[in-house]
Design a protein around this ligand. Structure first.
Ligand SMILES: NC(=O)c1ccc[n+]([C@@H]2O[C@H](COP(=O)([O-])OP(=O)(O)OC[C@H]3O[C@@H](n4cnc5c(N)ncnc54)[C@H](OP(=O)(O)O)[C@@H]3O)[C@@H](O)[C@H]2O)c1
Length: 284
């Protein structure tokens, strides 16, 4: 069997750290962890490099031995970081990847011009500092140059994820979809915590007390789809209950607008009794 290619991880943040560990566990050699020049940045790179047996280096003097260079820097930094890395020679035949959900492989065109094959490869998964989620069954959206696409497919297979092809122009919508699946879900829950406060329940308790209903809702959504998982006053058509909700939410800053936006979506996409009356109460 051919030896796995060496991989350089650029940006030892939430995604970069988790990927470096997962790649290393899957038998890849992470040869370099690349950071910016700042002291704290270099320290983070050293910590990750020690963890995966790599060399820590910086974007100014990277001296990369890796055949694959994976940029895990914030979207706004990808092109700048590629320009900085592109100042070094030796890009011919290498593969460069970035993992933005919204941006296309063209963000790496400076490296393409230097002879690298480039692709964007985005895992539909949430990564936060200190957590390495399983990538088994995780979809990875992929587009780019033929060699980079082939290389990325092989990596995702080893990580037990599943590649699906995406077109460049579909990426902003694809990423907005992902925003609903995790960060905005958390935003809905943090709004719920504010509302719990008005019922005399503190944030910590609210989180603990909400977990059973949140987890059961997800389980119902997984087994029965949105229609089968939807309960509460909207599906029952209880207009007076909605009126009570709106009255109290009007007194809790920033919560009524979230409620109204989600209720509007529910009326549009989910089963509802007394639709006309509910629309009237909600002011739609
Ligand atoms: N987090 C997720 O759930 C997730 C999921 C899928 C895809 N992604 C994608 O992954 C990428 C990184 O996101 P993240 O959430 O991991 O961000 P993050 O936690 O903020 O990490 C970004 C890392 O990049 C470093 N960095 C910033 N600018 C740099 C530059 N010019 N050169 C070198 N390193 C630089 C930062 O280091 P310092 O600031 O310390 O210098 C930090 O280590 C983004 O494209 C994002 O869309 C993230």
């Amino acid at each position: 069997m051919a030896a796995k290619p060496r991989i350089a991880m650029v940006g030892p943040g939430s995604l970069g750290s988790a990927l470096a560990v997962s790649l290393s566990n899957a038998g890849y050699r992470v040869s370099e962890v690349v950071s910016r020049e700042g002291r704290a940045s270099r320290q983070r790179a050293r910590r990750l490099a020690n963890r995966v047996g790599a060399r820590a280096t910086t974007t100014n003097r990277p001296a990369l031995t890796a055949q694959i260079v994976w940029l895990c820097v914030p979207d706004r930094e990808i092109a700048r970081c590629a320009r900085s890395l592109g100042e070094a020679s030796g890009w011919k035949g290498k593969v460069a990847l970035h993992s933005s959900g919204a941006l296309s492989s063209d963000e790496l065109s400076v490296l393409r011009r230097k002879g690298a094959a480039v692709a964007s490869l985005h895992p539909m998964m949430t990564f936060v500092q200190g957590v390495t989620p399983s990538l088994e069954g995780v979809p990875f959206a992929l587009e780019g140059d033929a060699l980079a696409v082939r290389t990325a497919r092989a990596i995702v297979r080893q990580l037990k994820g599943e590649v699906f092809p995406i077109q460049k122009k579909q990426k902003p919508a694809y990423h907005a979809w992902g925003a609903f699946a995790s960060p905005l879900l958390i935003s809905a829950l943090v709004t719920a915590e504010q509302v719990a406060g008005a019922a005399g329940i503190g944030r910590e308790s609210a989180r603990r007390m909400m977990l059973p209903i949140v987890l059961q809702t997800m389980a119902n959504y997984a087994c029965r789809g949105p229609e089968g998982a939807f309960s509460g006053p909207i599906v029952r058509g209880d207009a007076e209950t909605l009126r009570k909700h709106l009255k109290i939410l009007g007194r809790i800053r920033g919560t009524k607008e979230v409620y109204l936006a989600l209720a509007r979506s529910a009326l549009r996409h989910l089963p509802t009794r007394n639709r006309r009356l509910l629309q009237e109460v909600l002011g739609f």
